[in-house]
Design a protein around this ligand. Structure first.
Ligand SMILES: Cc1cc2nc3c(=O)[nH]c(=O)nc-3n(C[C@H](O)[C@H](O)[C@H](O)COP(=O)(O)OP(=O)(O)OC[C@H]3O[C@@H](n4cnc5c(N)ncnc54)[C@H](O)[C@@H]3O)c2cc1C
Length: 268
């Protein structure tokens, strides 16, 4: 029998699966490719200021990320001050896109010796299950997960990485990815009814003006966050473990969750 089924191949499910596999567990990942999954829009930037959300030491999270992925260093020029700041980033494709089955899981049933996840393609049986399904997690595990939505953009290459504050706690972050095209986000956090063509046009114009990139192609994503235990949610109920959240800090949040899930499986 498989040791662990992971539902969701976003940042959380992918990092958890990578870590558990490295620890020697047999792992099956299942994902249904939701078009607004947060990870599809993520730049996987690791900003030092976001790390404080997690409290305690973040060294183990960064150590885990560095063990499995190449953490690139990006030196951003901050506008309008001209100061410099250094952030980490991981190429999203390095984390996402691991092996998984494409199926929509609609039900999880627990038995004394196993857990069964039912999908449209088939049933999957394992000793334990990890629900890392982002904002869709409550459909499979009773929990209080919500989300704010936002766009990121891919555009023409830019000359230098830029962070430009446009409102309190709101910044345009822009850099070039490994394929040469830029990634730009403006940190907007919207509820679903605010997702309108007008708001998209505003974000697009802001990101273009502040980064200098043209030909911006948008991706809409939902950033899941734990309503009561922000920013990250790792919980256990019998053979099921919930792991999602992270809000804007999904990359380091995923590492935090992977460490917690591994500890739960070890009985700690
Ligand atoms: C515009 C934008 C920019 C961002 N930039 C960054 C950044 O630079 N750095 C950073 O650290 N974070 C960033 N984030 C935040 C980050 O994307 C999220 O915190 C992260 O995606 C949460 O990961 P997750 O795996 O919990 O959820 P998700 O990424 O939403 O993944 C959940 C997965 O579960 C699958 N799924 C759902 N239900 C089912 C089901 N029933 N059966 C099978 N599969 C299912 C979905 O298809 C999906 O792939 C950004 C987010 C947005 C929106």
């Amino acid at each position: 029998m498989i040791d662990v089924i992971v539902i969701g191949a976003g940042l959380f499910g992918s990092v958890i699966a990578r870590h558990l596999t490295a620890l020697g567990y047999s792992v099956l990942v299942i994902d249904n490719k939701e078009p607004t999954a947060g990870s599809r829009a993520a730049g996987c930037v690791i900003k030092p200021s976001w790390l404080t959300n997690f409290g305690g030491s973040l060294d183990p999270c960064m150590d885990l990320l560095k063990l499995y992925y190449q953490v690139h260093t990006v030196e951003f020029t901050i506008h309008p001050s001209g100061f410099k700041t250094t952030c980490g980033r991981i190429e999203p494709g390095d984390i996402l896109g691991g092996p998984h089955i494409n199926d929509h899981i609609s039900d999880v049933r627990q038995y004394p010796d196993r857990v069964v996840a039912s999908g449209s393609v088939g049933d999957y049986t394992a000793k334990r299950i990890v629900v890392a399904a982002g904002i869709w997690s409550p459909e499979l595990y009773s929990c209080d997960v919500s989300a704010k939505l936002g766009w990121s953009f891919r555009g023409s290459p830019i000359p230098n990485p830029v962070i430009d504050t446009w409102a309190p706690y709101r910044q345009v972050v822009a850099f070039n990815m490994s394929d040469g095209r830029s990634w730009i986000g403006d940190g907007t956090a919207l509820i679903p009814k605010s997702i309108t063509p007008e708001r998209l046009a505003v974000s697009q114009a802001r990101c273009s003006a502040k980064s200098g990139a043209t030909d911006l192609q948008p991706t809409l994503g939902a950033r899941p966050y734990a309503v009561t235990t922000a920013p990250c949610l790792v919980a256990e109920n019998g053979r099921a473990i919930l792991a999602t959240g992270g809000a804007k800090s999904g990359t380091v949040g995923a590492a935090y969750a992977a460490l917690r899930v591994a500890a739960i499986l070890r009985g700690k």
